[in-house]
Design a protein around this ligand. Sequence first.
Ligand code: A3P
Length: 297
Amino acid sequence: MSWPSYITYRGLALPPGAHSEESLEYAQHFSVEDTDVFAVTYPKSGTTWMQEILPLVLSEGDLTPIQTIPNWDRVPWLEEKRLKEVVHKLSSPRALVTHFPFRLMPQSFFSSKAKVIYVMRNPKDVLVSSYYFHQMAAFLEDPGTWEEFIDKFLEGRVMFGKWTDHVKSWKHTDLGDRIMYLTYEQMIQDLPAALRLIANFLGKKLSEEVIKKIADHCSFKSMKGNMMSNFSLVPKMYMDPDKSQFLRKGIVGDWKKHFSSEQLAHFSSTIYKEMEGENFTLPWNLSDTAEVADVHT
Ligand code: A3P
């Protein structure tokens, strides 16, 4: 099956299928409630993980949603067609995810009290994850070679545009205490600690027992075995697990097996250049070459 090319919406390239001009307009006019919680991510930074975590935190550990509702209906994407179909089924407080940059959030979001958890991941691992995802997802453009995909990513010729633009847009908001920043690496390092931060931000008092229960159900292994979360309900013609699994490795530092030292120098210097003059620093040392495997030289 061949897919039509990406839609361009207000300067952003988006894959067809899940998105349409109508779904994007619907998102613009979406009526945000004060109690809404958005997990915002650049693709491949931990979106699906947050679709597991948020319902569990908000319901104080009720497993029913993660065991009975597919992740895309449980915590829908703001920008996708599916939202319109499921919005009336969402229980309050609603949890949603989005890959939108800040400027594309619905008008009603800006004047609401809705909260945002912005999850960032080391862009080197985002790139690797995305490269494999492009191989298994039929609705995404062919990534080309690894070398070519590095440049596509750095130049923003990928869905949802440049990683640096996304991060900058969400770092420059006037949301004050409505936004919390979290990294994928923090969640890998100590998930219970990350869950405590999330619960605290959302005003939930969870016992250590509930925190442990949520962490167990949100482990990579549990999610990989949960057919409501591992995308195995998606027909193979759309996502082919023989090419790559959606829940692929779930680790920090897989980039070490993919970048040559030259590619890493090019990647990190390009990202650092884009970050020049910013009033925040990235929580990773992108040019750390110490552990690069000699895979491409
Ligand atoms: P990898 O491809 O590196 O394995 P997104 O949901 O934003 O598309 O991100 C997908 C990435 O998050 C994949 O990374 C996936 O394995 C990882 N991921 C999802 N759930 C996870 C979990 N419970 N623990 C660790 N990583 C997880």
